[in-house]
Design a protein around this ligand. Structure first.
Ligand SMILES: [Mg+2]
Length: 162
């Protein structure tokens, strides 16, 4: 048997200087109340919300780090495949670690452990556990998920607004 001990970061993922990152939730962002249960069952996002996410990615060239609980039990490759199959044009470069101190802490840990983050935003339908990162959140709503107005907010938060 021949074995390759393989690192992921810097091998499959090309980390660059000046990266823009979207820390991305899924439930309540890429699906909504009406579609959430089905969505989690068959790993499908709502097509209309994917269009809005692709718009943000197209305008900012940001990469995706998954902060949703969907990341649990999934490799980065699994997540990349799932996003690709759902028509997302961006690159999933990671997922946040787990912390008992909430999502804000998980995101801060990821940033601390990765080189080259120039700026970041968080897209989530909850902000109660974002701690010091509240001002980086584009807050969606479980009723409707990602909408056109959030595209504008995301671009503005990246400092790329008109
Ligand atoms: Mg959510």
């Amino acid at each position: 048997m021949k074995i390759i001990f393989l690192d992921i970061d810097g091998v499959f993922h090309c980390f660059e200087d000046h990266m823009k990152i979207i820390f991305l939730d899924i439930d309540g962002v890429l699906n909504c109340k009406a579609t959430c249960a089905q969505s989690s069952k068959n790993y499908k996002f709502d097509a209309d919300k994917v269009v809005f996410l692709n718009d943000i990615i197209h305008q900012t060239q940001a990469n995706i780090v998954v902060s949703s609980s969907w990341r649990c039990g999934m490799t980065i490759k699994n997540l990349q495949d799932m996003f690709g199959k759902n028509g997302v044009n961006g690159i999933v470069i990671g997922s946040t670690p787990s912390s008992t101190h909430g999502r804000g802490d998980e995101i801060q840990q990821w940033i601390k452990n990765h080189y080259g983050v120039e700026s970041f935003i968080i897209i989530d339908d909850d902000d109660f556990d974002m701690g010091d990162l509240l001002n980086r959140v584009v807050l969606t709503d479980m009723e409707t998920g990602l909408q056109a107005k959030h595209v504008e907010q995301a671009i503005t938060l990246f400092g790329m607004g008109k």
